[in-house]
Structure formats: C-alpha cells, structure tokens
Design a protein around this ligand. Sequence first.
Ligand SMILES: [Fe+2]
Length: 352
Amino acid sequence: MHDHGRLDALGRMEDLPLAYREALAQRNLVPLWPSLRSVLPPGTPGRHTRPVHWPYADIRPLLLQAGTLTPIEKAERRVLVLANPGHGLENMKVSPAMYLGMQLLLPGEKAPAHRHTPNAVRMVVEGEGACTTVDGEKCPMLRGDLILTPTGMWHEHAHEGQAPVIWLDVLDLPLIYYTETSYVVEGPGQEVQPGQGERGYTRGGVVPSPGFERRRTPYPVVRYPWAEVRSALLALASDRPQDEPVQVTYVNPETGEDAQNNLGFHALMLRPGQELRLPPRSPACVFHTIEGAAEVAVGESSFVLDAADTCCAPGYTPVRLRNRHADAPSFLFLADESPLHRKLGVYEVRGH
Ligand SMILES: [Fe+2]
C-alpha cells in the first residue's frame, strides 16, 4: 500500500554492521532511517484495515451454536467478534479504533450491571423482548434501534422475550486499550427511573426545557429508535433532489455534536436503484444493512450486503453503494472514526 513516489530508498537495517546494531539495541536505541518510509510514507498512509464482508447468514448459526456450547456463566458476554485479518484476528479489531461484535442473549439471560471506560453502542439486529438499562433508563431493544452506553455509564441487559436476541456492538475498545485505559467495574442492579430520554427529542428544532431549564447532561439521549430515524430519512428523501445522498448523523440533540466521543454513527437511505459514490475519507468505516440490500464496492473489492450483513472499508478509499432493490429503499447503518480524526486534527476528505 505504500507509494514511495519520487523519494529515494533509504538505508536498510541490514546495511549496518552487526556490531553497530547490537551496540544500539543494548542501549535501547533504534536507527530511524530503515523505518522512516513505513511510519511516514509519502502521500497516503499505510493501512492494515482490509475491506472485509461478514454475511449475517454465516454469523447467525455459529452464534446460536455458541448458545449451546457455552453457558452464559462461562462466557459472560456471548459474542463473536468481527475481526479484520489485516490487523491479525487475535487483535479483535475491525479498524484502528473500532471493535465490532455480534452478541447473543437468550430468553431469561441477563448481563449484570457494569460500566467500563470504552464507549459502546449497540445496533439491534434481531429479536424482541430484550432491554438495556443505561444510567437508570430502561431501553427496549427493537430491530434497528441504536443504544448508547458511553464511557463510565452503568448498563445492564435483560431478556424477557421468547426468542434469541442478537445485536451488533460497536466499541472504541482498540483505541482505549491502546491508550492503556481499558477496564470494567461491576456493580449492583440499577433502579429504573421513570421516563425515556428520547421521548423529549422527537421533533427537530425543539428540546425539552421544563421551567426554562435545559438538560446539561452529556448524553441526554441514550436510545435512538429506528422508527424515528427511518421516518427522518423518508422525510428527508421526500424533500431533497433525487441525486442527493439521504443521510443523517446520530448527535447529542442539545449540542449538535457527535453522539459519542470517538466514533461517529450515521444512517443512510438508498433510494430505489440509487447509486452513491462516497469520497475517500481518512477514517475507516463500517456498513451494516438494516433493511434491504446493497452492493458495496470498496476500492477493488466488492460485496453484496444483504439484510443484517456487515462490511468495512479502510480510510482513504473510495466507496460505491448501490441499492439492489429497484422498487424499494434500502437502509444502512454506518459507524466510523470521524469524531476521533477531527479531535486529532487529521480528518480529511479527498476528491475523486
Ligand atoms: Fe458493557
């Protein structure tokens, strides 16, 4: 992936006398020039992230099998991690900052209250009757709902329904682990508070202000119901030119900022037959089909993303999306590293 361009090749490690290399190593010293082109390549960064497709038809039976092979007490979290081979499967990351896991909760099972430093969201893929309680707010889990469990917030899962529930976890775990700040704390079950945060934010342009007081909490909404997001996309589509992308970003409605600190979350509607070209951007991106099906071309790779399938694209790579349905819209959930890149000052969009 490295384009060395016009720059001259530099001296290699093996060009140095062995005694010199040993003298450096003994003193914890490393010559920069043999590695300079790989850590600072000209033009475009090197990337370990590869385009990868995880069909739900492959994941689902193996995840259900895990339900019979490993009792929940022995797994704690029954998750199959969607690991990018470019990063090494054992490193359990889809991209430098993103972890993806497909999690199974069987009827009657629960995950006790806990909180952790990594920021997490879950996108509900299948099943009914489960709920996640986040900071005292009981959030029902329906297909397509996005539920936040930001850093440090108490959460627990329970399942009172009849059939397995499966969701997609998206965490900034690789980043938090890399910074040596990843840990979890267990706690007692939470007391459920009445009311649901999202109910106050169902209309754009107005926010709750009882007694002229605005909510100053950093996460006023922890559940973004798919029914609301879907309606927003359909309303947007009816109002905008046919060739314009129909896309929304999950935000904190009090501030308009990204819903979480490091990872960005978006929903995109492809009109019947629509083809969209996304420009190369610096952050890696994950695509998950909530409804319908799409062809996804990532650089030289291409996938057919059926309902509940997931794939990823490395940064700096053009992506083309095409709705497989000529007579119905398709809906995709996107997760990316854009908030992190903006904070680092490296966010970049390149022309075609
Ligand atoms: Fe958790």
